[in-house]
Design a binder for this molecule. Structure first.
Ligand code: GDP
Length: 360
């Protein structure tokens, strides 16, 4: 499964957040045979459409899509030089598909900040710098070999140009995620190097209650990390919320003026940062969300349910969620002509409710 790797400086609330992420009864109920590793937090992607579908079909249960987070032990200044966790840290982060940095915004005199003051911009910079330095090392090591291979016509000169372009971006102190496209660097050519800063980023601003309501400050921080997505939450509150019954949790959220928990928001932003989307199936047994990559075709989507579905794919019967809800039943949607028959080239849209036809 695709994962987001959680990083951040010490004492910013990573463990607090991660403990909340890993406490999940929903998953235990739906994936009883899943072996969940201790450093992996699997959270359901909130999707109100599933309950609506379950109502229409009389489903026994709903099965949400999930998002996985890997806890990557603390980063410190000098990590790229083998100080702190050094190479082990970098190896773990390399395996993640996206990077989720927890940034401390809350102030609490009882919780020491490693650099002695709470400064989100500086913390973001510290972590980015370590990752930038690690990528520079990787790229600079690749240059001599590539130059030789290009001379010997064993490598594409475009790859060497991309490496040099990437080095220039990083030397300005910019991550590749933020700077590569603008600089015309084709990251696809560099995929074999598994560069850390070319991964998509998302930021969790760990804020206290007052900070959650400070819209001007939030806008500032959002602008600071753009184009990366971000979420504002209070990790301490989130870890309390997961201990409560759903009704009590909703009440506690409402008392702070929120409609959705920070973890739910994080699941959503994380899911889209990974470039994922869902399609839906529904029946008496279950209403379920299936995870696919954006841009996948109907047969690829069918393959997520079962490889036989992809191999023997004939067609997909597709109705958009809104059309199905308007009609009130699959039969009525059909008689209104809202159920489309799609072939193997159909590109799935988010919220498609699908039934596949296939040969076995
Ligand atoms: P980590 O080192 O990044 O894993 O940080 P921890 O999750 O261990 O948190 C460090 C300390 O900060 C702990 O004492 C937490 O209870 C506290 N803490 C975490 N999140 C918050 C928060 O949102 N507000 C406040 N006031 N304290 C927090």
């Amino acid at each position: 499964a695709l994962t987001l790797g959680i990083v951040g400086l010490p004492n910013v609330g990573k463990s607090t957040l991660f403990n909340a992420l890993t406490r999940n009864d929903v998953l235990a109920a739906n994936y009883p045979f899943a072996t969940i590793e201790p450093n992996v937090g699997v959270v359901p992607l909130p999707d109100r459409r599933l309950d609506v579908l379950a109502g229409i079909s009389g489903s026994e249960k709903v099965v949400p899509a999930t998002v996985s987070f890997v806890d990557i032990a603390g980063i410190v200044k000098g990590a790229s030089e083998g100080e702190g966790l050094g190479n082990q840290f970098l190896a773990t982060i390399r395996e993640a598909d996206a990077i989720c940095q927890v940034v401390r915004v809350f102030s609490d005199p009882d919780v020491v900040h490693v650099d002695g003051r709470v400064d989100p911009a500086a913390d973001i910079d510290t972590v980015a710098t370590e990752l930038v330095l690690a990528d520079l090392q990787t790229l600079e090591k690749a240059v001599p070999r590539l130059e030789k291979d290009v001379k010997g016509k064993r490598a594409d000169p475009a790859v060497l140009a991309a490496v040099q372009g990437a080095i220039a971006v990083l030397e300005r102190g910019t991550t590749l995620f933020q700077g590569a496209t603008a600089a015309g660097v084709d990251l696809a050519l560099l995929s074999e190097l598994t560069l850390l800063t070319s991964k998509p980023f998302v930021y969790v601003f760990n804020t206290d209650e007052a900070g959650l309501g400070d819209t001007a400050r939030r806008a500032e921080l959002e602008a600071l990390v753009a184009p990366a997505g971000c979420v504002f939450l209070d990790a301490a509150v989130e870890s309390e919320l997961v201990e409560l019954e759903p009704e009590d949790a909703a009440e506690m959220l409402a008392s702070t003026g929120q409609t959705e928990s920070g973890l739910d928001q994080l699941a959503r932003v994380g899911f889209s940062t990974l470039g994922l989307q869902t399609y839906l199936t529904t029946g008496p047994k279950e209403s379920r969300a299936w995870t696919i990559r954006r841009g996948w075709t109907a047969p690829q989507a069918a393959g997520v349910i079962h490889t036989d579905f992809q191999r023997g794919f004939i067609k997909a019967e597709v109705v958009s969620f809104d059309d199905l809800v308007d009609a009130g039943s699959h039969a009525e949607a059909k008689s209104r002509g809202k159920v489309r028959i799609e072939g193997k080239d159909y590109v799935m849209a988010d919220g498609d409710v699908v039934e596949f036809r296939f040969n076995v």
